[in-house]
Design a protein around this ligand. Structure first.
Ligand code: FAD
Ligand code: MLT
Ligand code: ZN
Length: 471
């Protein structure tokens, strides 16, 4: 391997080619602290040409590459294995916003741009870049694209795939594919862009992207409402979809157990709704017409919801800082889970028509089989996406509870997902965490097609091997 490192040294300065343990350490453990690997080196390329040169050398020396953005992913996709033979390619130096095209309503960015920086740049030109998630201050657009991240605006604007018009990608051979045309229509054969989006660094390395922009809304209103059960919550969603249509930009659900965990770790995050309701829903409307228009609409839909007994309480944010507090309450659940210690995460989607059946049955079976567990079920209900997470009973040590019960609980949850024709990964991807689950749930034909693609695009299996699919 010394020859490989020596060749890298010809074009990467020592500060961009980290081989000393203490320098590599910050890149080796994922956000959840679930996976820690080893790496031959951590490389910090500054240009697409450098990425291509590195990949060419890796292909020559058969060295596997783990692309890494903000390392906030939940499935261990950006963490190397424990062999110490893989390199990490971290994108933090490739963080330039290259262009804002006002007429085309697009922004062109390098893979290492922090998501929040893109949102801010767009806003400074009067545009909205709608991708929004709790990790936006540290995740990078390359990671968002590679995981096809979701977040809280999917209901209105779609997931990352829907927000991308073009990509530049370095292939497994080290060639540069320039697909950066910012076109809304392009039917020239197979859609290569969509193949790389969501492939978690296993088919190619994303270096630059052209993203869609939207006009900034004039006014946004957030409200918290209380519901008694999941059936009313879904009827409430349908009511908002009917009355507010495209003005509905957020519909997030939180169970009582989720918010109790929040207040345990962050006492200032208390729920302003009365009586600690079974379900709390955060609803956001965004309008391009006027403040009065959206406020009147929100009030009239809430009145209708009260009259139809869909909700038991509601608090409308009276100003922007209260609206931000509502959103913080929602986003702190993930942080509260991290504080609580090891937990079982399930990021699933269920068709809205089966959500009631899924939650009712799964809650009942889990609670009777594992008395005392807390169902930290929250998520993007408008997309049918639940973070159906399980915390151990308060008196049990989380690590030992998980060791004993992780597999049977997961099988139980995924069994219900199959029954309801849902998906075992809604927005977080597969990484190394769900490699075997994908094998078990994707179906043989789909799995074989995926393997054929992987073999064709990366015959030496050097791009993030043993993530998503093993060949
Ligand atoms: P990383 O974790 O660094 O990498 C993720 C995957 O992408 C890895 O497989 C990696 O190899 C690959 N990759 C990274 N960069 C490239 C590249 N340039 N080319 C090719 N492959 C690459 N996710 C959601 O979908 N919705 C949420 O609401 C959400 N909320 C979150 C809240 C918190 C507090 C946290 C910590 C995470 C959350 N996530 C959420 C998960 C995570 O933020 C997303 O998956 C995000 O898209 C990962 O971006 P990253 O830059 O951190 O990628
Ligand atoms: C979120 O929606 O906050 C994240 O995707 C969640 C998580 O599973 O913690
Ligand atoms: Zn989420």
């Amino acid at each position: 391997m010394q020859a490989f490192i020596t060749q890298l040294q010809t074009f990467l300065k020592p500060s961009f080619l980290l081989t000393v343990e203490i320098d590599k350490a910050p890149y080796l453990t994922d956000w959840r602290k679930k996976f820690t690997g080893k790496a031959l080196a951590v490389l910090l390329p500054g240009t697409t040409d450098e990425v291509a040169k590195i990949v060419q050398l890796c292909a020559e020396h058969q060295v596997a590459i783990v692309p890494q953005g903000g390392h906030t992913g939940f499935c261990g996709g950006a963490t190397p294995d424990t062999s110490g033979s893989q390199i990490i390619m971290n994108f933090k130096r490739m963080n330039q916003i290259l262009d804002v095209d006002v007429a085309n309503q697009t922004i062109t960015v390098e893979a290492g741009c922090i998501l929040q920086a893109i949102q801010e740049k767009a806003a400074s030109h009067g545009f909205l870049f709608p991708l929004s998630l709790g990790a936006e201050g540290s995740c990078m657009i390359g990671g968002n694209l590679a995981t096809n991240a979701g977040g809280t605006n999917v209901l209105r604007y779609g997931n990352t795939r829907d927000l991308c018009l073009g990509l530049e990608v370095v292939t497994a051979k080290g060639e540069i594919w320039n697909g950066l045309k910012g076109l809304r229509k392009d039917n020239t054969g197979y859609d290569l862009r969509d193949l790389f989006i969501g492939s978690e660094g296993t088919l190619g390395i994303i270096t630059t992207a052209v993203l869609k922009l939207y006009p900034l809304p004039i006014s946004q209103w957030a409200t918290l409402v209380a519901t008694d059960n999941i059936a009313s919550t879904i009827s409430l969603l349908n009511l908002f979809q009917k009355r507010a249509n495209s003005l509905l930009t957020g519909f997030e659900m939180m169970t009582r157990d989720s918010l109790d965990l929040n207040t345990k770790h962050f006492p200032h995050m208390s729920n302003p709704l009365k009586g600690n309701p079974p379900y709390t829903v955060l609803i956001e409307l965004s309008d391009h017409e006027s403040e009065e228009h959206v406020k009147d609409l929100l009030q009239s839909v809430l009145e209708e919801a009260f009259e139809s007994n869909l909700i038991t309480d509601a608090v409308i944010a009276s100003n922007l800082s209260q609206a931000n507090l509502f959103w913080q309450m929602r986003e702190h659940i993930t942080l509260a889970q991290a504080e609580e210690g090891a937990n079982l995460k399930h990021d699933i989607t269920i068709p809205l028509s089966s959500l009631d059946s899924f939650i009712t049955a799964t809650d009942q079976i889990i609670r009777s089989k594992y008395p005392g567990v807390r169902v930290i079920n929250f998520g993007h209900l408008g997309d049918g996406n639940l973070h159906y997470n399980i915390a151990p009973p308060s008196d049990r040590d989380p690590k030992s509870f998980n060791q004993e019960n992780e597999k049977p609980i997961m099988e139980l949850v995924y069994g219900q997902v199959e029954r309801c024709q849902g998906s075992i990964s809604a927005e977080h991807g597969i990484g190394q965490l769900k490699l075997m689950d994908l094998r078990a749930h994707k179906g043989d034909v789909a799995h074989d097609l995926m393997r054929a693609l992987k073999t064709a695009l990366d015959p030496q299996n050097i791009l993030n091997p043993h993530k998503v699919i093993s060949i």
